[in-house]
Design a protein around this ligand. Structure first.
Ligand SMILES: C[S@@+](CC[C@H](N)C(=O)[O-])C[C@H]1O[C@@H](n2cnc3c(N)ncnc32)[C@H](O)[C@@H]1O
Length: 235
């Protein structure tokens, strides 16, 4: 069993406490754009036949559900997340959806994925890798469970590149967002969000980490002026 660091335990407790308001705040704080970003990321999997997809740090299961709606019924999806409260809420959403027979969710950390080598055709992680304390270990685990030629798709917040837009965005992200988040949920969690985004490596450094664990053809696509970035790679 993987032993989380103190920081990992803190992050898990924070996600446990915001879980009940997580979906509502996602829609509110991103003005609904988060759905479009997830849709774009899932398209990058490009799985048309049968297969098995792993969604890491699945949270309340939005990406797992998006994968199910974009792929044929012969594709099955497994979602893992280390926060039991997220998995509980996600399981209710999955059960109430028309994809309940294709999606299973379970509690597990990214750093020790409880599946055999080469058991998935694709892996996704959306707004999750930023929170994984040992990112190299997490990326290496996703690489391990993929089949050869399997695809990884990572969606994560980024820092916009255009100067004026960057300033406006920073004002919203650093000053406005923590206040709205704090009004509906735990303030510290919505202060953690901008802090963790600013601390996340640059696009080039992060692609270097993906290459370091063995991914090939690593590319990125900026979304909405670079607020979010989709990284793709192949095993
Ligand atoms: C911002 S949420 C994203 C949830 C979902 N993927 C989405 O797009 O809405 C981050 C999720 O990552 C999970 N998480 C953070 N670190 C993790 C780790 N080391 N292993 C597994 N899950 C992790 C948290 O529990 C949380 O549910």
């Amino acid at each position: 069993m993987y032993a989380l660091s103190e920081k990992g335990e803190r992050i898990r407790a924070m996600f446990g406490s915001i879980a009940p308001r997580y979906d509502l705040l996602n829609r509110l704080l991103s003005l609904g754009i988060d759905r479009r970003w997830r849709r774009f990321a899932v398209k990058k999997i490009g799985l048309n036949g049968s297969g098995r997809v792993l969604d890491v740090a699945t949270g309340t299961g939005d990406v797992a559900l998006e994968i199910a709606s974009q792929t044929p019924a012969s594709v099955s999806i497994v979602g893992i997340d280390f926060t039991p409260e997220m998995i509980e809420l996600g399981s209710v959403k999955v059960k109430d959806s028309r994809h309940s027979d294709r999606i299973t969710l379970q509690v597990a950390p990214c750093e020790e994925i409880p599946f055999d080598d080469g058991s998935f055709d694709a892996a996704t992680i959306s707004f999750g890798i930023r929170n994984v304390v040992d990112r190299i270990k997490g990326l290496a685990e996703m690489h391990r469970v993929l089949k050869n030629d399997g695809k990884i798709v990572i969606l994560e917040f980024s820092t916009p590149t255009l100067p004026v837009f960057k300033d406006l965005y920073h004002f919203y992200f650093l000053k406005v967002l923590p206040k709205i988040g704090g009004a509906f949920s735990r303030f510290s969690a919505y202060q953690y969000l901008p802090d963790s985004v600013l601390e996340f490596p640059s696009r080039e450094v992060f692609k270097g980490m993906m290459t370091q664990v063995g991914f090939k053809d690593v590319r990125h696509f900026d979304l909405t002026g670079g607020i979010a970035t989709v990284y793709v790679g192949t095993k």
